[in-house]
Design a protein around this ligand. Sequence first.
Ligand code: MN
Length: 240
Amino acid sequence: MSWRKVVCSSGIVGALLLVMAMQLQPTGKSIMAEVDRQKGLFLLPPLPYRFDALEPSIDTKTVDIHYSRHHKAYVDNLNKAIQGTPYQKCTMLELFQQASTLPAAVRNNAGGHWNHAFYWSVLRPMQNNAGPSPKFQKLLEDTFGSVDMFKQQFKQAGLSTFGSGWAWLIKDQNGKLVVKGMPNQDNPLMDLAEVKGTPLLTCDVWEHAYYLKYLNRRDEYMDAFWNIVDWERVEELYRN
Ligand code: MN
């Protein structure tokens, strides 16, 4: 394999990519900030709450296994996949900007790691949860017709994703809200995404995200998902 196409922040092209990335998230704290690294290795970030914090929407055992095994495996496999390659010097965002040319193991595990870190970060216990603010409700109404119509469209994006994937709410490159289902571990930060932009919210619709409690009823899992969405976080991401 030739490494000539690999670009990251150590080179001029990488610097250009970084500028493009900064334009994607012009102000405020970067949504990539939560991907921790040490000596080039990606780290499994701490789960922001206890395993039982998302009950009853997502059961304790599912959160435990999903985080401790599935998410951890993506981190470990990503580190293995980039070890000794020029990709080690790339930031996560730089990997996503060239996702279409990455080896499958790098693309899938980079997406797998970041998507899970992002998923945990947009969820919170339902006990101290509230719905979207009046201002964001208005935005959802203006864009999708109503909050319920937004939720239906989001659910449909998850249900119509054949096999494994993710439902996304995205602030696209024109600043517009868009709902999109994406397969496998793809995300809206990748160059190959049909809708690119800033991810605001995601629902993991891989079976491992819900099967222990909901069996094959992905729709019930997606209905319960709304009880644990951290709208403050979603709106913060929208503003940044
Ligand atoms: Mn998952």
